[in-house]
Design a protein around this ligand. Structure first.
Ligand SMILES: [Zn+2]
Length: 266
């Protein structure tokens, strides 16, 4: 079904869905393993040549793209020790990124079986590097100029949990990160990232907690009018050609929905 959807996107895209590069390009990655870093660097360079300026979360939401030009927001979700190893590369590329961290599997306190359950059962991660960060490494990411954000404690589907448990998943993670870093957490991304994985009640709760941005992972919404809080993101696939990714960034999910009766964003 997924392949059929992708074929359909490819088919109707050429004439009707293509809106070109969005002014705000929110991208997310999970892990970038050593063998993918050349492709990652090339992607950054080519996006720069398309006019994108890579900025942190605060500047991303504050920039008026009419006067400030195209901005790109680079972000990483979950928890991988490889993020820490990417610090020199990100510095060389001169980009700031946001890292949304799950605090359940931290190396400081999680057991091997908890770490295995995190990658295998909850993330269904297919890569080879199933090792999470330590608190010290999260601090070094922050000290290197990157944003640390909240991604819940255990990476469950929040909308499937009782409301109180879902709230706990958020504030336990926030509290761990605030203690670890000695600063307030202002940015949140929710697990799985589609509309059905969150709720308006949880959105209100996040705003009450003081989060200034809430990142989603909904392909087809990069052209959406920016509401001041929601960071729309699409995944960039390093295994695919640059132009194949460009096509995915250009799709208008709402037009796709009207044309096909299938949602690209739910
Ligand atoms: Zn995630």
């Amino acid at each position: 079904m997924k392949e059929l959807t992708q074929k359909l996107i490819g088919g109707v895209h050429a004439g009707l869905l293509n809106r070109g590069w969005p002014d705000r390009l929110g991208l997310y990655f999970h892990n970038v393993e050593a063998g993918e870093r050349a492709a990652f660097s090339e992607t950054i360079r080519r996006l720069r040549s398309e006019g994108y300026r890579f900025v942190g979360a605060n500047e991303y939401v504050r920039t008026d793209t009419k006067s400030g030009g195209r901005v790109a927001f680079l972000s990483f979700d979950d928890n991988y020790v490889d993020w820490h190893e990417m610090i020199p590369l990100l510095e060389e590329l001169d980009v700031q990124a946001a890292f949304y961290v799950n605090t359940g599997p931290m190396r400081d306190w999680a057991t091997d079986s908890e770490i295995a359950a995190y990658y295998e059962d909850r993330l269904r991660y297919k890569g080879s590097r199933t090792r999470p960060l330590s608190s010290a490494e999260v601090r070094e990411l922050r000290d290197a100029g990157h944003t640390i954000g909240v991604h819940t404690h255990n990476h469950f589907v929040l909308s499937e949990l009782p409301f109180e448990t879902a709230k706990e998943e958020i504030y336990i993670c926030r509290d761990h990160l605030e203690q670890m870093l000695g600063q307030r957490m202002r940015h949140f991304s929710y697990p799985f990232g589609m509309r059905r994985h969150f709720s308006t009640e949880l959105q209100s709760y996040c705003l009450e907690l003081g989060f200034e941005t809430i990142a989603r992972a909904t392909p087809g919404l990069l052209h959406e009018r920016f509401d001041g809080v929601t960071i729309q993101r699409t995944d960039w696939r390093l295994g695919d050609a640059f132009d194949a990714n460009r096509v995915r960034m250009s799709v208008d999910g709402h037009v796709f929905e009207r044309l096909t009766g299938r949602s690209a964003v739910s």
